[in-house]
Design a protein. Structure first.
Lengths: 110, 115
């Protein structure tokens, strides 16, 4: 089942922090929350993954509350190059295909 | 390591023709998946191959087919092209597409335009 991210689209100025939320009320015990980023006319790119609490890498942070029914992707100090569509997925593994929703379209403005 | 490569990057065909797209996965990856992306339908799964066997198939007509070679390279074929087949075709590879936390790596895609 495709996951819905909110907002559907958003504009942000350079240097601002951007937060995108994903709802996954029926998350299973073994599900990992995974975010992909897709630039125009390119394939999606893995950016971050987490199971619980908080995960941070050089690109983003992922916040997952204790009940794991939602998650928030945080992009600190966005730049023009962060303009992309962001997808939240719960890959099931076991050769189950990735299911992409509509994603959140982020446009960063100078 | 080199990333996933797809050829050709752009293709123009006419209705009724057939087309073959190629994907070379990351070295050592044995699973290759294909996706179709259109503005209206978004990213949709076509099929997945592992060790030359199709393990999973999406909801697409039989005109869409694929195969995987012993070196894990994969091809997909679309016969009797229709205007609606115009899309970005994406290939993704992973080591085995097993654990849920395993990452899939996508290629740049092949942009197909059917006239």
């Amino acid at each position: 089942l495709a996951k819905t991210t909110k907002p559907i689209s958003m504009d942000s100025y350079e240097g601002q922090e951007v937060n995108i939320t994903c709802s996954h009320n029926n998350i299973a015990t073994n599900d990992y929350i995974t975010w992909y980023q897709q630039f125009p006319s390119q394939g999606p790119r893995f950016i971050i993954q987490g199971y619980k609490t908080k995960v941070t890498n050089e690109v983003a942070s992922l916040f997952i509350p204790a009940d794991r029914k939602s998650s928030t992707l945080s992009l600190p100090r966005v730049s023009l190059s962060d303009t992309a569509v962001y997808y939240c997925l719960l890959p099931r593994g076991g050769n189950t295909p990735l299911v992409f929703g509509k994603g959140t379209r982020l446009s960063v403005i100078a | 390591k080199a990333g996933v490569t797809q050829t050709p990057r752009y293709l123009i065909k006419t209705r009724g023709q057939q087309v073959t797209l190629s994907c070379s996965p990351i070295s050592g990856h044995r699973s290759v998946s294909w996706y179709q992306q259109t503005p209206g339908q978004g990213l949709q799964f076509l099929f997945e191959y592992f060790s030359e066997t199709q393990r999973n198939k999406g909801n697409f007509p039989g005109r869409f087919s694929g195969r995987q070679f012993s070196n894990s390279r994969s091809e997909m074929n679309v016969s009797t092209l229709e205007l609606g087949d115009s899309a970005l075709y994406l290939c993704a590879s992973s080591y085995q597409n097993g654990p849920p936390q395993e990452t899939q790596y996508f290629g740049p895609g092949t942009r197909l335009l059917v006239l």
